[in-house]
Design a protein around this ligand. Structure first.
Ligand SMILES: *Cc1c(COP(=O)(O)O)cnc(C)c1O
Length: 432
């Protein structure tokens, strides 16, 4: 055993004995874990919706033996809830991102700025359109750092992806003016923050086009699903056509004011089915209850830890608009953060690093610019050939993600659960 692995092993042993000592009287006897919010609220309403679709024998959104209504109804109600004119339901958040990027007619030669910490699909949607992803650092909100955007803009930049991660709105009042100044579009990705708002307006209604996911891990869910939202009829039409092999169907012609603005073009099939639409109608009706419960739980935890000496919490550009998905603390160093997590685990109140996303520039397939075809247009341009991803391209993002840990919230936590979270944080924080 060399010196380095000996020290590493000794460190692990020390941490293990520390957590063993702490388990003598843990705050909880069994681990407390947040679950999957939307599906925790599944009940007779979702069953009735699915049953209606089965009985109608009309699972396809455009036609069938009976007139299908589920997906169209979900779209209308979702647009209303988000406060936009148009909503398009699709098969996933990833599909929604592709609709948004294609809706903006972004393609080869174009560049899109996105945060270094977000989900794979943001990068994929840009590359699959043939455009070039340009990463910006995140800040202590875990979202794109508005001060790291402007110097990355080139004459080829077409859009900025403002992603609101883990329930926390991106600082849109800083991002949108930068976009306007340089004549760029804003794609709002609120996949992890459905129901959250920024300065009184729901996420998804701030940018030029917004997307969300309705997959199991998100606020409300049909297992898979996504939506595109916009106030711009032309963006909506291009997104809708892209999602349905270039066609615009009567429901969407009607939604877009009774006329077609564009000619057909090559598209794909991201159409949502009626089962998903029905489940999402039921889930949407529960959205405000779900997020109200999460927010109330997070508020109790914030209140319970705010006075801890020297505590630094995750940056919230609009505390009243965030969902409270997790209460995250900045420990300043990775070592101290990891000690905190080991201590919390021993208390059976596990804490986690920021989650639900990936540090994209360090993914090997991204660092090596791997695509299905060697002459993919993204990386054949001069800038595409020279741009460097990898850890050296996002040092601040890596540093921030290494310093934070938090406890994830659940809408079904009760007062006892949140009391235990506060008790565990207070106990472990004081000796971290
Ligand atoms: C989940 C997610 C997506 C993709 O959604 P899917 O429904 O999983 O395809 C896109 N962006 C972000 C930020 C996400 O968290």
């Amino acid at each position: 055993m060399n010196r380095r692995s000996f020290l590493a092993a000794a460190g692990v042993a020390a941490a293990a004995s520390e957590s063993k000592a702490a388990t003598d009287n843990p705050v909880r006897s069994r681990p407390l874990r947040a679950g999957y919010w939307g599906s925790e609220y599944y009940d007779q309403q979702e069953l009735d919706q699915v049953t209606e679709v089965v009985q109608s024998r009309s699972p396809f959104r455009w036609y069938g033996p009976k007139e299908p209504t589920k997906v169209a109804t979900f779209e209308r109600r979702f647009a209303e809830r988000i406060g936009v004119k148009y909503a398009l339901a699709v098969t996933s958040g990833t599909a929604a991102l592709q609709c948004a990027v294609n809706g903006l007619a972004i393609g080869p030669g174009d560049e899109v700025i996105l945060p270094a910490w977000t989900w794979h699909s943001c990068y994929a949607a840009i590359v699959l359109a043939g455009a070039l992803p340009v990463f910006a650092e995140i800040d202590e909100s875990f979202n794109i750092d508005p001060s790291d955007i402007e110097h990355r803009i080139t004459p080829n930049t077409k859009a900025i992806m403002a992603v609101s991660l883990q329930g926390n709105p991106a600082d849109l009042d800083k991002v949108i003016p930068i976009a306007r100044k340089h004549n760029l579009k804003v794609i709002e990705d609120f996949a992890q923050s459905v129901g959250a708002s920024y300065k009184g307006k729901p996420l998804g209604s701030h940018g030029d086009i917004g997307i969300c996911s309705l997959q199991l891990n998100k606020t409300i869910t049909a297992g898979e699903g996504g939506a595109v939202v916009s106030n711009d009829p032309e963006l909506f039409e291009r997104a809708a056509r892209f999602h349905d092999v270039g066609m615009l169907r009567p429901i969407h012609i009607q939604a877009a004011g009774g006329k077609e603005r564009l000619a057909p073009f090559v598209g794909t099939n991201f159409r949502m089915n009626e089962f998903s639409g029905g489940v999402l109608i039921a889930q949407l009706g529960k959205l405000d209850r779900i997020i109200g419960n999460v927010r109330a739980n997070a508020a109790r935890v914030y209140e319970g830890v705010r006075d801890l000496p020297g505590i630094r919490l995750r940056k919230l550009p609009d505390p009243s608009g965030e969902l409270g998905t997790g209460v995250f603390i900045d420990f300043g160093t990775r070592e101290r953060r990891d000690r905190f997590m080991a201590g919390m685990k021993a208390e059976n109140v596990p804490a986690a690093p920021p989650g639900g996303s990936a540090i994209l520039p360090v993914q090997p397939y991204i660092e090596k610019k791997v695509t299905v075809h060697p002459s993919w247009p993204t990386f054949t341009s001069e800038r595409g050939k020279t741009i460097q991803y990898g850890a050296a391209s996002c040092p601040r993002t890596l540093d921030i993600l290494g310093r934070f840990a938090g406890v994830l919230m659940d809408p079904k936590f009760d007062k006892r659960d949140t009391d235990d979270i506060v008790a565990a944080i207070r106990k472990v924080y004081s000796r971290t």
